[in-house]
Design a protein around this ligand. Structure first.
Ligand SMILES: [Zn+2]
Length: 208
């Protein structure tokens, strides 16, 4: 049994067939990733996205989020961790996992971004900003028009902590319009954060 478990650890976390090559994925699965390592601006705030949201990435995220293959947190955590270290993006006071509402977490069974951040924040020695919470159940942003989107997120977040002058790294899985990230950034800056850098695992082509 022990031997079996040991062997299993060396297999790709996605296809579970080939041996791990990088980010807990095999070479075949890695080849299906579309790396962009994109840096862009969101209303004066720096954002990064690592991969294009292609079919493989869609499946990988769905497998993690909806099929609850929670071991995939290590794949995403590894991708983010290595990117941050490579780009020397480690000078932050806090890391914030883009918050999901309690209702979403209960329905899903776990807080998917939070698990990823848990996995690498310790390695970087940066504290998580757990005090920032989503207190309103919002609708999916993509079902709404621009005006409704702003309205939808108003008063959605709450923070019980003094973060004056802090540099914060915001982590999300997918950035589409950037609307949700921007709402969180605005809130953090209103609370006194001096800088907020966003890093998303992937993005759609529209924002690049
Ligand atoms: Zn694989």
């Amino acid at each position: 049994m022990i031997d079996f478990l040991f062997l299993d650890e060396g297999l790709c976390f996605s296809c579970k067939k080939e041996r791990v090559y990088k980010y807990k994925l095999c070479k075949d699965c890695l080849d299906k990733l579309d790396y962009i390592g994109n840096k862009f601006d969101l209303s004066g705030n720096t954002c990064y996205s690592l991969y294009f949201y292609n079919d493989f990435m869609k499946r990988l995220i769905a497998d993690y989020k909806f099929s609850r293959n929670t071991s995939l947190k290590e794949v995403f955590s590894d991708m983010i961790y290595r990117f941050l270290v490579d780009k020397n993006l480690t000078d932050f006071d806090y890391i914030l996992a883009s918050p999901s509402s309690k209702k979403t977490v209960n329905k899903r069974g776990f807080d998917h971004i939070n698990l990823i951040v848990d996995d690498f924040s310790n390695k970087l020695g940066i504290r998580k900003l757990d005090e920032f919470k989503k207190i309103k159940n919002t609708k999916s942003q993509h079902t709404l028009n621009r005006l409704e989107r702003g309205e939808n997120l108003k008063g959605a977040f709450k923070l019980d902590k003094d973060i004056k002058g802090s540099r914060i790294l915001l982590i999300d899985d997918l950035i589409t319009t950037g609307n949700t990230a921007l709402e969180i950034i605005k809130e953090l800056k209103y609370m006194g954060a001096s800088e907020v850098v966003t890093l998303a695992i992937c993005s759609e082509s529209s924002i690049n």
